[in-house]
Structure formats: C-alpha cells, structure tokens
Write a protein that binds this ligand. Sequence first.
Ligand code: RIB
Length: 306
Amino acid sequence: MKQKENIIVVGSANTDIVIGVERFPKPGETLAGHGFLTNRGGKGANQAMAAARLGGSVAFVGKVGNDDYGRQTIEALNDEGIDTRYMLTTDETHSGVAVITIDGHGENSIIVDGGANMQLSAADIEAAEEVFRDAAIVLLQLETPVDALTAAARLAHRHGAYVVLNPAPAPKSPLPEALLSHVDLLIPNQTEAELFCGYAVDSMDTAAKAISDLREKGIRQTIITMGGHGAVVGIEAEHVAAYPTTVVDTTAAGDTFCGALCSALVRGSSLKEAADFACRAASVTVSRMGAQQAMPRLEEIEAMSL
Ligand code: RIB
C-alpha cells in the first residue's frame, strides 16, 4: 500500500426507518412494534462513518436526492469531518431509504429503495478523478451500480490505491471481471462467500477452503466475516475471534468491520491486526440500536479491556 492516508468510500447513503419487533411478521400479518427510530445508514455512508470515527481521513463519493434526507445525510458526514465535496445531488429521484425491522434476537430484515444511489454512474466517478489521486484505500460495496464501482476500482488502481470490496448486499448475478480484476481485498460474509464459491461456508475449514479457491479465481486476498465467530483472514486463514457482547441490533456490523479495518490498515496494521481491531469495533456496534448512531469512536475501542 502506498504512503498516503486517505480512505475514499464510494457507495450508498440511506436514511434508515427502524422498528423493533418480537418476531418478524408472516405475510399478511400486522404486529405491534416498538422503539421506532430514524437514523443515518446506507452501506457506503456507514463504512465511511466507521472509518472516520475510528481515526481515518475519509472522503465519500455518492449521490443523494434534493430532499431533507439527502441534506441530513451530507450534514452528518460533514459533522464527522468526512470530505463530501464529491457527493452529488439529483433532482430526478429521492434519497435512498431503508425500512428495517429488528427482531428480539437483534437480527434484522431490510428493504432498500436505493433512489439516488442507483443513479451514481461511471461518468460521475470519472468526474471525481481528483479525489482518487490522494487515496491509499478505495472501499466499495454493492448498493450502487456496478458500472460506477468498476470505474472507481479502475481509477483507484490508476492512482496506486488499494481496492477493498465488501460484496454486500449479496450480488444477484456474478460480478464482472472488469471489477474483480481490480480488487485487492474482498470482504464477504458467509452468505456472500457461498455465492462466490458455490458451497456452504459454515466452518473455519470451509472458510479456509473458500479463501484458497477465491485466490485460484484471481482474488488476491480475502477476509470472510463469520458473525459471532469472528473472521477468517487472508491466505493463511488465520482466525480472529469475535468480542463477547450482548447483541441488540446487528445492523451495520459488517459496515463497521469494513470501515474499521481500512482505518487500521492505513495506520500500518497487518491484515490480522486490522481484522482484530475491526471485530472489536463491530462488537460495539451490535450492542446498540441503529447503524451510524451505534458506531464507536477510536477512544472507546482503545479503552476496551481485552
Ligand atoms: O448494512 C446496513 C445498511 O444496509 C443499513 O444502514 C441500510 O441502509 C442498508 O443499506
């Protein structure tokens, strides 16, 4: 990785509308919920926020609608010191929205109407080339069009940055080689790894096999996140344990992991050290309700007793 410190996140920003419920409803059923809240979300903005709160110097590239949710999104990113100069606003559609229910075990069910996120184009990314010049890491997810992400990955490599892809939400069709050939580090969860490999990734052994098989397919490095079982890291398939916590809401656990990991990598941590730091950060996020509002700051992680 080159000696620059900036993390560029290219991706989605949503407003999350959240309701807690004892169990998920069946089709046609109405249930009483509790704990309604509206908060800032979206996988891209979540990852940018995690990286910034955990010490990274971050720029976010994305698109919002010309509406209150869009303005609140930009304001929240600005408040955290994230560079939003390359964020675009469109009059053509609304800002991204996610409707989220959280069950009594902290599991979530999410419906996203991507709105403006889905209008982010390769041309938008190319117009923002300047921001890629200072990038050490470019971090991508799959809530914006693949063409835009491919353009971002290509630009990242043109300017010598390290490309990290979190393939979430799980892709509905295989990702193009034009994108994957630029990925330096893939961070799938177990479900996403299964989609890439075609078999269940449900143990440390199958995770190790998946990492090795992905390498055969040209993916240079992979970290598989294993929920409450931590993560399996790199071609050595080193296990990093999850940190014990009480799970309240798993929303944005993976986003926290990815943002935290990148913030540690730019500080010079090894992949395993960064994954350990990221597991700690994700354990804090799942102990609280919400996406960005649940994410920890660096001081909090440093103060955690290990
Ligand atoms: O990864 C969690 C995020 O997914 C939520 O914040 C929601 O906006 C959806 O994008």
